[in-house]
Design a protein around this ligand. Structure first.
Ligand SMILES: Nc1nc2c(c(=O)[nH]1)N[C@H]1C(S)=C(S)[C@@H](COP(=O)(O)O)O[C@H]1N2
Ligand SMILES: [Mo]
Length: 198
């Protein structure tokens, strides 16, 4: 049932999207098993020094929160999610990037990857979230940690993130090689890869 968008919210809803209050689980493949004893988070690629955090170390990183909207390419949008976790700006204070680094490949449990330019990744509203709307993420929504990239379509908000790889050259991720747009700006309706020719 697609309800009309209230006029006061229209500015916040990208073209071709409708609003939902639900938070559907949208995953390709099963929800990975989480074990805090073996879980780690790695940062590698074009960095002066690779980093590895165990679960305890990762959860001890400085926490922030934000309220942000979420737009899935399948046309649902959800407003005002409250996220808690690590701001990328804070995480990047620990990372010494090589000057060649221009892209980020996000690696997840279960083979899922997504790519974004460093510029989008470094945007002030990007975070690695543990909690949504006052509770730990449910397993299906990415526990223990997911990326939140409010200004791009939802598939860039990778769940069950295990590593960040910084690269010189761009490398398309899971959906980006399967017909979805490399950049994915919902305001420009960058849904499919064939649009990249335009
Ligand atoms: N690891 C992983 N992350 C993922 C996905 C996935 O299949 N695997 N699906 C993406 C898509 S298409 C969307 S819209 C959002 C959905 O998040 P949700 O399942 O928490 O609603 O997660 C994204 N992150
Ligand atoms: Mo999606």
């Amino acid at each position: 049932m697609k309800k009309p968008i209230p006029p006061e919210l229209q500015k916040r809803v990208p073209p071709g999207q409708f609003l939902t209050e639900k938070f559907p689980v949208l995953s390709y493949g099963p929800t990975p098993k989480f074990d805090s004893a073996t879980w780690d988070f790695r940062i590698f690629g074009e960095v002066e020094q690779e980093l590895r955090f165990n679960y305890e170390q990762f959860r001890a990183l400085p926490q922030s929160s934000e309220t942000a909207d979420f737009h899935c390419v399948t046309t649902w949008s959800q407003l005002d999610n409250h996220w808690e976790g690590i701001k990328i700006a804070d995480l990047m204070k620990l990372v010494r990037l090589k000057p060649e680094a221009r892209y980020v490949i996000v690696h997840c449990d279960g083979e899922y990857t997504t790519n974004l330019p460093l510029r989008d990744f470094s945007s002030d509203d990007v975070m690695l979230a543990h909690r949504r709307n006052g509770r730990d993420l449910e397993p299906g929504h990415g526990f223990p940690v997911r990326l939140v990239v409010p200004q791009l379509y939802g598939w860039k908000s990778a769940k069950w993130v295990r590593a960040l790889e910084f690269t010189r050259a761009d490398r398309r991720g899971f959906w980006e090689v399967r017909g979805y747009h490399n950049h994915a700006d919902p305001w420009a309706e960058q849904r499919y890869s064939f649009q990249e020719e335009e």
